[in-house]
Design a protein around this ligand. Structure first.
Ligand SMILES: NC(=O)c1ccc[n+]([C@@H]2O[C@H](COP(=O)([O-])OP(=O)(O)OC[C@H]3O[C@@H](n4cnc5c(N)ncnc54)[C@H](O)[C@@H]3O)[C@@H](O)[C@H]2O)c1
Length: 279
């Protein structure tokens, strides 16, 4: 709902279809959003449980089901979520064969891979939200520390979303200027991954920041912005010599056709990541 609300507020869509297994709840959410029409650009909002009927000919499908349950093991959650995608993806692909796919559900890298396989779409049209949010959290912490606006703070996290995310330290800049040596001198410590756990511990889930992150990805894709986002993409083909079909976050240029390319020298990036991992 946070993603839908941000997309609505930013005027990124003419029509938004909300699909959920809980018919009453999603109808309630739809009505609540529709009642905000007087304050917003005109958007048609529909909702229900029928994926095919509601999402036919979509430009962008955002996958956000379901919430993980604390009791289940990670492997059980993965099995359940892949089974769920097995149900949903062929229907989305049938109704919207030209759509872009943005997977937000966790574990996002593995589910982006599953969505790619199950949709049959070219990999350029399948993206996981990946470390876009981890990077935003790092930028937020750094910006606060350096007392600058977070929009002028550049910092990329790559690889796996969550606990396995890695900061590209040399990418940390303010207004284009490197600030890493200053941060090293001040012995600053930033936990961009742990702060997600803090939010979940306090309010039970995260919503607003992923809402803005996914909406900014939607803007780059739908409005052909060609902006660079650290998102989960099929790494094969971008990494010289690597033949594994793995989705992980790399700085990707996004536009109307999906992933237009990867920014930077991937051999160097991976060499550095392996060194960091060894340490
Ligand atoms: N990638 C990120 O940075 C990030 C951030 C936040 C949340 N997430 C992930 O997004 C997912 C959703 O989280 P949430 O907090 O919105 O959960 P939520 O429980 O609020 O929403 C999940 C919705 O899925 C619906 N659902 C369950 N099974 C369904 C089915 N078979 N068909 C259709 N709808 C179904 C539920 O009714 C529920 O409304 C989780 O996997 C969570 O980990 C990812």
């Amino acid at each position: 709902m946070a993603i839908a609300q941000t997309i609505l507020t930013e005027g990124l869509a003419d029509e938004i279809a909300l699909v959920d297994a809980e018919a009453d709840r999603v109808r309630g959410e739809m009505l609540d959003l529709q009642h905000a029409a007087a304050f917003l650009p005109r958007v048609r909002i529909v909702a229900g449980t029928d994926v095919l009927a509601l999402t036919r000919s979509s430009d962008l499908a955002i996958i956000t089901v379901p919430r993980e349950t604390a009791a289940a093991s990670r492997m059980d959650q993965l099995r359940r979520n892949v089974a769920l995608l097995r149900e949903v993806m062929p229907t989305v692909a049938e109704g919207s064969p030209e759509s872009l796919l943005l997977v937000v559900s966790n574990p996002v890298d593995v589910l982006a891979y599953a969505a790619w396989k199950l949709s049959g779409f070219p990999s350029s049209r399948v993206i996981g939200s990946g470390t876009d949010l981890d990077s935003a959290r790092l930028r937020c912490l750094l910006a606060e520390h350096l007392d600058v606006g977070a929009q002028d703070m550049q910092a990329y996290m790559v690889s796996e979303h969550g606990d396995g995310a890695l900061a590209l330290w040399w990418s940390i800049r303010v207004g284009g200027m490197p600030v890493l040596s200053y941060l090293q001198k001040t012995h600053s410590l930033f936990d961009a991954v742990g702060c997600a756990g803090e939010v979940i511990g306090l309010k039970g889930y995260t919503s607003w920041a992923i809402g803005y992150s996914a909406a900014s990805l939607a803007r780059s894709l739908l409005r052909d912005q060609r902006r660079v986002h650290p998102v989960s993409v099929l790494a094969k083909g971008f990494v010289p010599g690597d033949t594994h079909e793995v989705f992980l976050s790399l700085p990707a240029r996004l536009g109307r056709r999906g992933v237009l390319g990867i920014v930077g020298n991937m051999s160097k990036l991976l060499r550095d990541l392996i060194q960091i991992n060894r340490r």
